[in-house]
Design a protein around this ligand. Structure first.
Ligand SMILES: Cc1cc2nc3c(=O)[nH]c(=O)nc-3n(C[C@H](O)[C@H](O)[C@H](O)COP(=O)(O)OP(=O)(O)OC[C@H]3O[C@@H](n4cnc5c(N)ncnc54)[C@H](O)[C@@H]3O)c2cc1C
Ligand code: SF4
Length: 797
């Protein structure tokens, strides 16, 4: 997070560098904070990717994922990967983060013992939950509790084992920790408090924990969440000074010239941080230093903590354990389940703990950071006239914040930046501020503060409802239906025109709205609209699927999964000639040529002479077929011929999202219709049509839409369903979500019952199908496009 956060800052200041990024994990940078959401299943890996591969491509950054740097030659200024690749540098930033601290106890290396640090750990936990029942999490801190909650959500019987008698003992006092424990027990987490783990038992795989007092706990999965260790070995082995972390000065410079370190891996003034807010503060200073822009030094960060478990509001900042030197202001309400404690040293506010109601967290965090004194006004603001949260109406306190104060600690966004945007750029909603600055994007803890800033800056003009209204992205508060209606009504034809007429906040739009508007325009005006390549994602712009090593995959179309010796020979020849790394049979019955260099794509397509299989696009992917009546002794319908006919008919048609079909010759359903957008099953009297299936992240069985007797009726219903979906779905909405959102009955009414409406839908689909051309052949024939899009990227150019 710190590395790419710094790069984003550098790119705002200068484009002078050729940038290369090496990351040991197989993904582009993602929001590690949100791993708990991936674990509990409320977000996917894709949801938490912060900059996808196209961002790197667009910024001329050469990204190498799954590539660990194992050696730095600081005299030659060169880094080496485990795989033997190397690259030279003028400036090197180390942002290697931390790793989980593994308790040095016998059995810690057994199968089933992991940390909670990355996507691989989440996947291990998710997999384990399918086969095993009992989990233990060692560590009752922030990370351990989030891991435990995720495991409970996955159905595991989970116990948090903690060395101390109270949870989060470095942030909470005994009272708030007790309230937290009671709430988490209510949510299904078990606790073994005051237990020192001395061994992990089992043969190859862990089966339990043994404690110092002789007692034991059964567990088939053990998550170590007992702290983190900065990843400083690489730097140390390369002659860079380290202690606990990589030693840096106030400009993030290490002991070696031109080598900097940022994030959890570094140690600044004796402190290694383990939260994101400091990393962004460090990154801002480092970016300016590298871009040769004047900057104040980094002098350290004041941190506060928030737990991301739903139903649990906890906040802690500064000192929390009272001693003789403290004066204590406290309000504990067992009825409301709230607790507020503020510690003073003399009159100065030095720490606070909130439980149950954290609305004052920003005010308190700021007061502690600035070393403010308690005053009568502040006291009544915090404690009111009576119990917790009662008393006089509160001022939000944002007016007192200095401009350079950080509002969103996760993304390093200041009050000044937000207020300036509200005043000068017309930002009028949380969504818009999120899109323009990143504030609220990560843990979401600053959302109330952002709303307060909107209210404070806009005064009477502030419209609370509009501020919360969610548009298709942060550039607008308008939803899909309003946009589509205006495009029709005002006959808008270009992406920029739509953004201009509808008063987009960002004149250039963003990667979320531009492809969506481009799709809506093409859907509404199939004949007039000229596809806007700049508004497409990199895969659709380049007509290939970008892979983790920045090579591409090539999937030629094989109608109905049927091929011929001639086609196979062509594919084999191409694979040899262009040194294709792997030829793989896909789940959709096609052949995938993997590891193709971008600059080879046009020549491969020319040599293949086969149409694009659109394996990269929001369009028809495959029509999977079973053997059917042509060969199968159970087959009642000719599924292969029907599949091929449908694939010929809908190929290249732009859809809101990727679209998969299957055709089966009988109800044995060998081609798996139940998980397709349209699944067709042959029977004695004709066909049954299923819609809205999905076999991906969100598994959903398709619903039976209707039965038809003839092939013509089958194609009519497919036509009508596809067009109905094209016209009414949100961009990027799969049919599984669409059918659930609008309801199967509405779909049936529009596609099956309303015969006149059906004819209209088919007519509009025919218009859309008319004149679609193969993109690969267009590229082969257009030299200008080839030169523009398929030249190799040189980083920074
Ligand atoms: C589950 C979880 C929840 C969290 N929740 C919060 C929260 O709510 N609030 C908060 O403030 N913080 C939270 N954190 C902490 C926060 O995620 C970290 O502070 C932050 O990710 C640190 O950023 P970083 O860039 O220093 O390290 P990282 O994000 O760990 O990035 C370092 C990257 O460098 C790679 N790397 C290491 N060595 C090499 C090498 N030799 N070659 C190539 N690549 C290498 C690593 O694989 C890793 O991908 C959480 C962390 C976790 C794990
Ligand atoms: S679905 Fe029926 S017809 Fe098709 S292969 Fe299976 S058994 Fe044969």
């Amino acid at each position: 997070m710190a590395g790419i956060g710094t790069l984003e800052q550098i790119l705002k200041l200068t484009r002078a560098f050729d940038i290369t990024v090496y990351g040991a994990e197989p993904y582009p940078n993602y929001n590690r904070i949100q791993l708990s959401y991936v674990l509990e299943g409320s977000k996917t890996v894709q949801d938490i990717i912060m900059n996808d591969r196209s961002w790197y491509e667009e910024n001329g950054i050469s990204l190498h994922t799954g590539a660990s740097i194992t050696r730095i030659d600081t005299s030659d200024k060169r880094v080496y990967t485990a795989e033997g690749e190397s690259a030279d540098y003028d400036v090197l930033i180390l942002a290697t983060g931390s790793k989980p601290f593994v308790l040095p106890v016998p059995g810690a290396d057994k199968e089933g013992v992991i940390g909670f640090r990355d996507i691989a750990d989440c996947n291990t936990m998710i997999e384990a939950s399918k086969s095993f029942k009992k989990a233990a999490v060692i560590g009752g801190g922030l990370l351990g509790l989030e891991a435990a909650k995720g495991l409970v959500q996955l159905g595991m019987d989970t116990t948090v084992v903690h060395l101390f008698d109270t949870l989060m003992e470095r942030q909470l006092d005994a009272v708030s920790a007790g309230m937290l424990k009671a709430e988490l027990e209510r949510q299904g987490i078990k606790f073994a408090m005051g237990k020192k783990t001395v061994a992990l038992t089992g043969e190859d795989r862990v089966t339990g924990l043994r404690f110092q007092d002789g007692s034991e706990l059964e567990a088939d999965l053990v998550v170590m969440a007992a702290g983190i260790v900065p990843n400083a070995e690489l730097a140390k082995a390369s002659g860079i000074e380290t202690k606990r972390g990589i030693l840096v000065d106030d400009f993030l410079q290490t002991s070696v010239p031109d080598v900097y370190a940022v994030g959890e891996c570094c140690e600044h003034r004796g402190v290694c941080y383990g939260l994101v807010a400091p990393l962004y503060e460090q990154g801002t200073v480092l970016a300016k230093k590298i871009a040769a822009v004047e900057t104040a030094p980094y002098t350290g960060s004041s941190v506060s903590t928030k737990l991301k478990i739903s139903g649990v509001d906890v906040f802690s900042a500064g000192e929390f354990a009272e001693t003789e030197k403290h004066r204590v202001l406290r309000n504990h309400d067992d009825w409301k389940g709230t607790y507020k404690k503020v510690l003073l040293e003399g009159n100065r506010i030095v720490g606070a703990v909130l439980y149950g109601d954290v609305t004052d967290s920003a005010l308190l965090a700021r007061s502690i950071r600035e070393g403010k004194n308690m005053t009568d006004d502040l006291y009544s603001e915090l404690f009111g006239g009576g119990g917790c949260c009662e008393g006089k109406a509160k001022s939000t306190g944002v007016e007192a914040m200095a401009d350079e104060e950080i509002v969103c600690g996760c993304n390093g966004v200041t009050k000044g930046a937000i207020v300036k945007g509200i005043r000068e750029e017309g930002w009028d909603s949380v969504e818009r501020i999120k899109a323009c600055t990143g504030a609220t994007r990560s843990c979401g803890g600053c959302k109330p503060l952002v709303e307060q800033l909107l209210q404070y800056t806009l005064g009477e003009k502030f419209d609370g409802a509009a501020a919360k209204k969610t548009g298709i992205c942060g550039c607008t508060t308008l939803g899909r239906d309003e946009i589509v209606a205006t495009i029709r009504e005002k006959r808008l034809t270009h992406v920029r025109e739509v953004m201009h007429v509808l008063g987009w906040n960002e004149p250039e739009g963003c990667s979320k709205c531009r492809p969506a508007i481009n799709y809506y325009l093409g859907m509404i005006w199939p004949k007039e609209h000229e596809d806007e390549k700049d508004s497409r994602f990199v895969n659709e712009r380049l007509h290939g699927n970008i892979q983790k090593d920045s090579t591409f995959s090539v999937i030629p179309r094989m109608y109905g999964g049927v091929t011929s010796p001639d086609e196979l020979r062509k594919i084999a020849d191409v694979a040899d000639k262009y040194d294709v790394k792997m030829v793989k049979v896909t789940g959709g019955q096609r052949l995938d040529l993997l590891g193709v260099k971008k600059e080879d794509l046009p020549a491969i397509w020319a040599d293949l002479g086969m149409p694009s299989g659109y394996g990269y696009a929001k369009s028809l992917r495959t029509v999977k077929t079973c053997v059917g009546s042509q060969f199968c002794r159970f087959g009642t319908q000719d599924s292969i011929s029907m599949g091929m006919e449908l694939e010929h008919r809908y190929e290249r048609l732009w859809m809101p999202a990727k679209f998969k079909m299957a055709v089966n010759g009988c109800p044995r359903n060998c081609a798996e219709s139940g998980t397709k957008d349209i699944g067709i099953v042959g029977n004695d009297g004709g066909w049954e049509i299923f819609v809205g299936g999905n076999g991906g992240i969100k598994l959903r069985g398709a619903d039976s839409l209707c039965k038809v007797k003839t092939d013509e009726d089958l194609i009519d219903i497919c036509d009508a369903f596809i067009q109905y979906y094209r016209e009414n779905a949100n961009y990027a909405e799969r049919t599984s979500d669409f059918v659930e959102r609008v309801g199967l009955e509405s779909v049936r009414q529009a596609v099956v019952e309303d015969k006149i409406g059906r004819v209209k839908l088919i007519g509009k689909l025919d218009e859309a199908l008319d004149g679609l051309r193969d993109p690969w052949q267009e590229v082969v024939q257009d030299e200008e496009v080839r030169l523009k899009l398929y030249r190799p990227v040189t980083a920074g150019k």
